[in-house]
Design a binder for this molecule. Sequence first.
Ligand code: IMP
Length: 435
Amino acid sequence: MPNVVLVGTQWGDEGKGKVVDVLTPQVQAVVRFQGGNNAGHTLVVDGDKIVLHLLPSGVLHPDCVCVIGNGVVVDPEVLREELRSLAARGRDLQAHELVVSPHAHVIMPYHLALDRLREASLGNNRIGTTCRGIGPCYEDKVARRGVTVAHLLDPAQLRAHLEVVLPWKNQEIVQWHGGDPFEVDELVAAYVEHGVALAPYVRSSTSVLHRVQRQGGSVLFEGAQGTFLDVDHGTYPHVTSSNTVAGAACAGSGVGPTAIDEVVGIAKAYTTRVGSGVFPTELDGATAEHLQRVGAEFGATTGRPRRCGWFDAALVRHAVRVNGVTRLALTKLDVLSGLDEIPICVSYEGVDDDDFPTSLATAVPVYTSMPGWSEDISGCRRMAELPEACVAYIRRIEALVGVKVELVSVGPEREATIRMGDLFTRDGYPRAVGH
Ligand code: IMP
């Protein structure tokens, strides 16, 4: 198995968790390299649902090391709660099974307060953040006034740091927003306690990943959010505060570009987005509601309904280039069953296929319409079992974005997957034919 980075090619919620789940049994380490508990994926353990926001999905595989890289922002309360809920279900993560980078930044309670207060004060201009303190935490990281996981292990340093930083934070919270101030003593007591609990897991992600690869093991780098939420390449300012693209896997976990062999892009068979921001193929009315209802398009983290629209090939084609995608996984294709015709955005008016608009705000989609299919495809396990119109839809997407689709998800269950190519067909699942 090669070393693989897995990224979303749209605005997040592409169904990455399921593809991670398919690949995890073949790897020795799964790494989160950016974002924090703004992400969310649901795991089903013995029929019991657990929603994880921070821990990599590899936690259910005892032979797999889970790594929270330096590029992640960690809310210790959330991390400990996820560890507790796994332990309560019989999965008690041992020190050698979880690595938390000492350089990861810590989401402090004042980051949460600021995220909420700022969003509330922005009214119609709000970003629509998940209010998990992600932006304010990254902001402090770059401003060199953040708290790192290493600080939690050193009470004197944590106190000295907070004595400098907290007055600034309190000034914004109290004077600008009329909120309640935070106290150094209370924060030190609570976060030193978190440090004691997390200490067994804190070690260099670089060393651990290097060892895994030196011993011939493979690593899966699990991206969160999606390409167009990237702070540099996304629809700024309506983006998250980290680099979500494949290139960030290196900086966010401490490995070099030569440690990566493949980039898997995940694309939903239509498009969704939560929060504010441009969305060229957005729908409203009955079709949007249909996709929302059939696709259960409600955020795993915030429960907010997701905005829905047609597949945007111009968008995904750009994501393929930004990330260097080598293989594509197409998810939620079953949601499109029952539509008479399915428009695809093939390009934007006046923009060459090998170019991308400077701003999506003025992009006008050019559509082509594909025939729909009425059959329920959720039981299909091979391409040959899919209706002809469905195969034509997949082939058109491949031609438009320039990468082969090697995995198609046709339902929420683990087995509801059509797998093709060598990467996805290694661990004994029914091998697809006819691709
Ligand atoms: P933040 O990451 O909480 O600061 O939110 C910034 C933007 O990214 C908002 O539009 C969020 O809705 C969006 N966002 C953050 N995480 C996710 C995710 O996991 N899926 C989809 N959208 C997300």
